[in-house]
Design a protein. Sequence first.
Length: 498
Amino acid sequence: MKTISELCKQIKGIYNIDGSADIAITGISSDSRNVEKGYLFICISGVHVDGAEFAGQAVEKGAAAVLTTKHLNLPEGAVQIMVPDIHHALEDMVPYFYDYPGKKMRMIGVTGTNGKTTTTHIIAHILRAAGYHVGVIGTIHALIDDEELPIHNTTPDIIELQHFLSLMQQQGMTHVVMEVSSHALALNRVAGIEYDTAVFTNLTQDHLDFHKTMENYVAAKAKLFQSLSRDEQVKNNKTAIVNIDDPWSGSILKACQCKVLTYGVEKDADLKGSDLKVELKKSSFDVCGPFGSVHLNMHITGLFNVYNTLAAIGAAHAEGVNTETIDKAIQTFHSVPGRFELVEAGQDFAIVVDYSHTPDSLEKALLTARAMHPNRILAVFGCGGDRDRTKRPIMGRIAAEHADIPIVTSDNPRSEDPDAIVAEVEAGVKKGIRPGQHHEVIADRRSAIRRAVELAQAGDIIVIAGKGHETYQILKSGTIHFDDREEARNAVLALKER
Ligand SMILES: CC(=O)N[C@H]1[C@@H](OP(=O)(O)OP(=O)(O)OC[C@H]2O[C@@H](n3ccc(=O)[nH]c3=O)[C@H](O)[C@@H]2O)O[C@H](CO)[C@@H](O)[C@@H]1O[C@H](C)C(=O)N[C@@H](C)C(=O)N[C@H](CCC(=O)O)C(=O)O
Ligand SMILES: Nc1ncnc2c1ncn2[C@@H]1O[C@H](COP(=O)(O)OP(=O)(O)OP(=O)(O)O)[C@@H](O)[C@H]1O
Ligand SMILES: N[C@H](CCC[C@H](N)C(=O)O)C(=O)O
Ligand SMILES: [Mg+2]
């Protein structure tokens, strides 16, 4: 435990303490609902509310102190720490509070628009096969060995992240493999962590609501690679694993002063994949790398997964895992929930549930489906509300171009009107559609999935894109349970009963 005075000494800028600085702090939270006795409550001004409004509530729940930018009217005895910038103060205080766990384990960070979750899961699987204890942090969950912890963001805020890392270190994790989102890099959620190995998967359009331009977006991603070279003394022990085929790889390479291992299938690369053979449930390819050539058989499919696997091989190699272990581990890796996941309910067509929610990933998922030579592809997809609007017509056009029957539906409309979102997507569908090609717009996702199942014939593939592992639909009126896999299965069973 640290005292208020010890915590404040870490702050690099000015601060002012109103009250006793000798009190020991038992925990830190920016959510009044999670505050316990002796906590430091952090007032964050959010998108919806100003956390300062909940400071009184936090004190009533036992908060010993409050970190704020302005003096607040609080019950007597509550210490107030005033700083000009809450986020800067957090970057100084929080990793210190947790004793810098992100400097005590091998830290592997994966960034890029698509493929982060998949790549982190493959890396973790290989490291476990090599006998290590591995923590995972990402979109689906946090894992401490195989203990699962719920998560709210792909890369949690600095408090939750340092808390997870601290638990991982206490429970003997040797390695942490984590997704590092561009939001996290731009907002410094990863302050206080020293990465050893960093992976760049790719960069294509997403999150322009937040970054505004692709240049800002890549600059955020590049911060991860700059961080590998910060310390002259150790930079030679750090490795950047970079997808050389990606058009933005030059910007990432420019940020790297450490060792670099490139991977790809098109350009010359340190790790090069070739001779890909895909089937619905498996694939194989050759990889040529610093360790010679190997033929790999996998239980995952698609060219995009060749990239993810090459990235994971690069990271495992940088972490010192031998080729034989890597090779064996890849053969026993069995997919990530909601990523090209098959739903099998006895139907004579295939149903794939996939987390493609960006233009590039939707295209990759549909191209992968096409590589299976289906009779036709039916694509059920939509775009999230309160997120990058400019990707909506682009995804519509891509679905029209690469699917035979695009069916536009809702995907977490959040505070927006679902009909307005689907209309923006449909505008793009109309641009990509071929003469005579059929498309449908059904805002209700359950009905859209049922309609696709009703239309499907033997040998077709239905790709249900966008929600993958998600078990909810976020609507203006609240969040409801919704799982594409359950819905697809029920739709097939309902059709059989007719
Ligand atoms: C837009 C955004 O980034 N929002 C994040 C932000 O929420 P917010 O600003 O809306 O918070 P708010 O609801 O206004 O509340 C403000 C403050 O009051 C506090 N509060 C609120 C209510 C209460 O009763 N008591 C209380 O103390 C809140 O805890 C918060 O500290 O702060 C929250 C806590 O840190 C985040 O969980 C939340 O992420 C939301 C869920 C989100 O969707 N973020 C996305 C855009 C995001 O970060 N995505 C990236 C990229 C994903 C990828 O590409 O893979 C990610 O890393 O997840
Ligand atoms: N390397 C890749 N390149 C392009 N698309 C990919 C790649 N890997 C996976 N995809 C597609 O993107 C979807 C999401 O994959 P994954 O969850 O691994 O990405 P992510 O980067 O973690 O996404 P998020 O930003 O939501 O965290 C997959 O379902 C698949 O359709
Ligand atoms: N990490 C992504 C998740 C999008 C998932 C999709 N189902 C949606 O709601 O748009 C994001 O924060 O944009
Ligand atoms: Mg992810």
